[in-house]
Design a protein around this ligand. Structure first.
Ligand SMILES: Nc1nc2c(c(=O)[nH]1)N[C@@H](CN(C=O)c1ccc(C(=O)N[C@@H](CCC(=O)O)C(=O)O)cc1)CN2
Length: 296
């Protein structure tokens, strides 16, 4: 059997960002509408700093209005909520994202539920989760949306496929399952308590790994020819004081069995920010009662 096709998330994300840029130019031209995204970072987590910097840079590159709020690690929950409420009321801001994780003194759930659902470009608010679960128009979490785009690009119509999502987080696993149900997949959500996890995974035509455990999914967990989407971004020791990124799937092992597979880095990760830009344009359109461009 030949080796798996490597799904190039970086290239797909570049294409999506280019389409976002064209959509923004069209909105500015036709409606004088410049979508605006505010990103809030609390503290100095090194990875979060990189993600927030990249979000702001790519927002500007797409021609959108970008605002960054960097708050100290000892910021109180009340101060963060006050900032979120001010952004809710700001007409130049169509999307609000509070970077996770947050410091221990701040309840992430309280912050998320304070964001205006219409501006919740992360799609984490219960209103958006409920809309997605009931098959209605929602803002959809960026990482699962990116996974869906890659799966569709690889497999075409997903209808009738056996999909297994490993992981049940509110941010990835649950919305991923809802999106795949909407595509008419037969969906299983597996997790740490699932009995005989390898056997459950082996049922999948489409396997989504989102557990946060480096290299957990092995070749013998994969049905030959299956499409494997790896959401894991785990930083592991690479020796000599260095680290490297690895996914939840043992890539070298799995690519001999899978039909197609996302690498880490360069797979799902870049799609997260591209989908955030896409969601900001969609949110801006809906706030102005405009139909979002179909290219997104
Ligand atoms: N409010 C949110 N917080 C967090 C989210 C989120 O969607 N909303 N997701 C993650 C972090 N994240 C975006 O915020 C993110 C993670 C990874 C990447 C990415 O491009 N990864 C690259 C590798 C980058 C590297 O070298 O470190 C890749 O996989 O190729 C983008 C965004 C948690 N917080």
């Amino acid at each position: 059997m030949s080796e798996a096709r490597i799904i190039d998330g970086k290239a797909f994300a570049e294409g999506l960002r280019a389409r976002v840029g064209e959509a923004v130019a069209g909105l500015v031209r036709a409606h004088g509408l410049t979508p605006g995204l505010a990103v809030v970072l609390v503290g100095e987590d090194p990875a979060s700093q990189v993600y927030v910097r990249n979000k702001a840079k790519q927002t500007r590159e797409a021609g959108m209005h970008s605002v960054e709020h960097r708050l100290s690690a000892d910021t109180s929950e009340a101060d963060l909520l006050a900032l979120v409420r001010a952004l809710n009321a700001d007409p130049a801001i169509h999307g609000i994202l509070v970077q996770l994780p947050l410091p221990a003194q701040i309840r992430a759930e309280t912050v998320i539920q304070t964001i205006d659902p219409a501006k919740d470009v992360d799609g984490f608010h219960v209103v958006n989760a409920g809309l997605l679960a009931t098959g209605q128009e929602a803002l959809v979490p960026c990482t699962p949306l990116g996974c869906l785009m890659l799966a569709r690009d690889t497999l075409g119509d997903l209808s009738g496929l056996e999909a297994v999502v490993v992981g049940r987080s509110n941010i990835v696993g649950k919305p991923m399952a809802q999106l795949l149900l909407k595509e008419s997949c037969t969906v299983t959500v597996a997790h740490s308590r699932t009995r005989d996890l390898p056997a459950v995974c082996r049922r999948a035509d489409l396997l989504i790994a989102a557990v946060g455990r480096p290299n957990m999914v092995k070749a013998d967990w994969i049905k030959p020819g299956a499409t494997v989407i790896d959401v894991g971004i785990n930083r592991v020791d690479a020796g000599e004081g260095k680290t490297r990124l690895t996914g939840d799937v043992d890539f070298e092992d799995a690519k001999a069995v899978a039909g197609a597979i996302t690498p880490v880095p360069g797979g799902v990760g870049p799609m997260t920010i591209a989908c955030l830009l896409r969601n900001t344009v969609v949110a801006a359109c809906r706030q102005r009662r405009l139909t979002p461009p179909e290219t997104l």
